[in-house]
Design a protein around this ligand. Structure first.
Ligand SMILES: Nc1ncnc2c1ncn2[C@@H]1O[C@H](COP(=O)(O)OP(=O)(O)OP(=O)(O)O)[C@@H](O)[C@H]1O
Ligand SMILES: [Mg+2]
Length: 263
């Protein structure tokens, strides 16, 4: 199975006033396309930092990060948003929905910003909203939605431009038990029925029950704690080739980022 994420000897420090805090020291990770990966660990251990390194929102101080065949840290800053909008679906902890737009408009805006050009993209939004059980809310504004509904909208938006990887930072953090369980079931279903690799940071025990790989984040390290072969996707899932031309964006950054890093 092809590898979609690889961290090699990645280190990250933050400068906080006069103090330097080392969050990661030479971490290594390898994730294949058929995985649902959970990162868990105490608050402040670096889960969000890890996701931000993967998405190129932060640069490592040392080491290499490869995502979908690209060296993320080599992508020029101004082209990193293209990388994210072509390859990743990101759901931030705070959802980041635009309050003055309806559910559907939020997703249309996102597709526009990503320059997503595929026929029938509006129908795709309707299908996604249906799949996520919020089609009856498409004309509502974010303020009119429950926490669980907002999270579903943020997930629908993240999926609306066909990412290879769905990244969820603490998706059940602000939800009651029932909504959290429903959301975990939904994430599992999305994972099992599509070719998307899912990467989640969470404290939720229920996420622990669906993940194929469970990593513990802490003490500057990321350690593989559990591996569940039987939870992986079945053979019948067909994986889209990465970088396929239908995605419509063959920008130069891909070539630049594919160059071997300078020794
Ligand atoms: N930009 C920054 N500058 C300085 N320190 C930072 C910065 N971002 C994060 N940190 C510190 O790095 C550490 C890891 O933060 P991070 O947000 O990754 O933790 P987390 O595991 O996601 O925590 P939580 O479970 O509370 O979301 C924390 O001590 C945090 O204060
Ligand atoms: Mg966090």
């Amino acid at each position: 199975m092809d590898q979609i994420v690889k961290f090699s000897n990645v280190s990250k420090k933050f400068q906080l006033f006069w103090e330097e805090i080392e969050i990661f020291e030479k971490i290594n990770l390898e994730i294949d396309r058929n995985e649902l990966v959970l990162f868990y660990g105490p608050s402040g251990s670096g889960k969000t930092t890890l996701l931000n390194l993967l998405t190129g929102l932060l640069n490592p101080d040392e080491g290499e990060i490869k995502v979908a065949g690209l060296y993320v840290d080599l992508i020029p800053e101004k082209e990193k948003s293209d990388f994210r909008s072509n390859y990743l679906g990101i759901v931030f902890q705070e959802n980041n929905l635009v309050s003055t737009l309806t559910v559907k408009e939020n997703i249309i805006l996102f597709q526009e910003l990503c320059d997503y050009k595929v026929e029938g993209k509006e129908e795709k939004i309707d299908l996604l909203l249906e799949k996520l059980g919020i089609d009856h809310r498409k004309d509502s504004f974010p303020v009119q939605l429950s926490g669980g509904e907002k999270k579903r909208v943020a997930i629908a938006r993240a999926l609306s431009n066909d990412p290879y990887i769905l990244i969820l930072d603490e998706p059940t953090g602000n939800l009651d038990r029932e909504s959290a369980d429903e959301l975990c079931n939904l994430v599992e279903e999305l994972f099992l029925t599509t070719d998307i690799t899912v990467i989640v940071s969470s404290h939720d025990q229920k996420m622990n029950e669906i993940a194929t790989l469970v990593y513990r984040v802490g003490s500057k390290q990321v350690e593989l704690e559990e591996e569940h072969e039987e939870r992986r996707k079945g053979e019948e899932i067909e994986y889209r080739p990465i970088d396929s031309l239908e995605r419509g964006k063959e920008d130069i950054f891909i070539e630049e980022a594919l160059l071997d890093p300078i020794e």
